[in-house]
Design a protein. Structure first.
Ligand code: AMP
Ligand code: MG
Length: 422
């Protein structure tokens, strides 16, 4: 079984993964998806010149000389609120009360904020009850002052988004402002999740001698969902050829785009699984130069559906998911930025390394503007609570034997920014 680097394993896996076909979805369902079309605007945003302040729409020439010491008097011709169009023009010597977002009335070319007028001296309720018939403007205004011009945000005809753009709440808002109800995105991968092992019990089953509960299926299901895939839970396959083959076929029938198995790839039992997977497609078994997570299987099932065989140990399974399965799912979704966010942190305790790339569970915190990392303690690959305490994985390069306290390490953040506790 060849020993390959983390980077090579990832590159080999990704070389078999393509973005999936596209589908049209309502914009509110597009969050976390990747755009597969160009978005052009057929309007200006905002569609008209409008006021950026509550105040008075004026002709700037009228108030060019206005100062606190020699204010300029204007007659108030009317008022316009957001959502309405003024029924009159701003003639020389007049002003129109205007609210934020209201269209700039004809004749006006600037807005004077309330704060720069005699209106500011009056309490708001009094101002609303009896609008002033005249105001004194106490500051000069230049043309376009406090005016948001039509097209300030987006011009008609402009290309606003290109294929490959990841859709976040702000993109959804931009699409809404353009009047787009739906967009073309890559569809979400259906990810079949299969646990292997005669020792595994379902969550609801009472413990029995020699048995443990199947935690990997749950961790993997949650990871798939968080990454944007659609989990298909295939349950537990017993360590027999017939059972494993039956489950894999069930997954293929349910239209799986990717399989994630756990267990059965370590030296003790990989031969059985290798035989089984070998008969269902072309499988390769690797030992990846990392700790935890050394054993890993990868291959293509019948029809070219990729299968990533994660290790059985719960911590190894999760660390391997983050390194290999997450990028694969993201690529299927159409993402091009596949790496997890990393920070540089000061190590608060020594770490020794194994000669492989180490993924050490750490707690990153922020002190005096700098990130610090300390380990979660016991690093056994079966200690899933150590993953639960961690918010990051310190990455220790293969050639580094030990890292001294006070030196900097790269930490791959497990949670960022939500739930990172930073
Ligand atoms: P294996 O690679 O199948 O030998 O599994 C390695 C270790 O991970 C063994 O201790 C298994 O009992 C454990 N393991 C395998 N699958 C799971 C699972 N789905 N949930 C929890 N532990 C598991
Ligand atoms: Mg097993």
């Amino acid at each position: 079984m060849p020993l390959i680097s983390v980077d090579e394993a990832l590159a080999r896996i990704l070389s078999h993964i393509r973005p999936l076909e596209t589908e049209r979805v309502p914009i509110l369902d597009a969050q976390g998806r990747v755009l597969a079309e160009e978005i052009f605007s057929d309007i200006d945003v905002p569609p008209f010149d409008n006021s950026a302040m509550d105040g008075y729409a004026v002709r700037s020439a009228d108030v060019a000389q206005a100062t606190l010491q020699s204010p300029v008097r204007l007659a108030v011709a009317g008022s316009v609120a957001a959502g309405y169009v003024a029924g009159m023009r701003v003639e020389p010597g007049t002003a129109i009360r205007i609210m934020t977002g209201a269209p700039l009335p004809e004749g006006a070319d600037a807005v004077v904020p309330y704060e720069d007028t005699s209106d500011f001296d009056r309490p708001k309720d009094e101002r609303l009850a009896a609008p002033a018939g005249e105001i004194w403007v106490r500051a000069t205004a230049q043309p376009r002052d406090h005016v948001r011009p039509a097209g300030e945000d987006i011009h008609r005809g402009e290309r606003v988004m290109a294929p490959g753009r990841a859709i976040r709440p702000q993109e959804i808002g931009v699409l809404a402002s353009l009047g787009r109800e739906s967009v073309l995105v890559h569809r979400r991968p259906r990810v079949a999740i299969l646990a292997t092992g005669d020792e595994l019990l379902e969550v609801h089953e009472p413990l029995q001698p020699g048995k443990i509960r199947n935690s990997n299926e749950y961790t993997n299901t949650a990871l798939v969902a968080r990454t944007g895939g659609i989990p298909i839970r295939l349950g537990i396959a017993r360590d027999t050829k017939a059972h494993l083959v039956a489950r894999i076929r069930a997954g293929l029938e349910q239209g799986a785009d990717l399989f994630l198995t756990s267990g059965g790839v370590s030296v003790g039992d990989f031969d059985v699984v290798k035989d089984v997977l070998g008969s269902e497609g072309q499988m390769q078994f690797w030992q990846v130069c990392m700790k935890p997570g050394k054993p890993l299987a990868f291959g293509l099932l019948a029809g070219g559906v990729p299968l990533i065989g994660l290790p059985g140990n719960p911590v190894s399974a999760m660390v391997s998911f983050e390194q290999f399965a997450r990028p694969a799912i993201l690529k299927m979704l159409g993402h091009t930025d596949l790496a997890k966010p990393e920070v540089r942190a000061i190590l608060d305790e020594p770490i020794t390394n194994s000669g492989r790339r180490g993924f050490v569970r750490v707690i990153v915190s922020r002190r005096e503007g700098r990130y610090h990392a300390r380990t979660t303690g016991e690093q056994g690959s079966g200690v899933l609570t150590s993953m639960s305490r961690a918010n990051g994985l310190a990455i220790i390069p293969e050639e580094v034997e030990c890292v001294e306290p006070g030196s900097e390490v790269t930490v791959q953040m497990l949670d960022w920014p939500e739930g990172a506790g930073l």
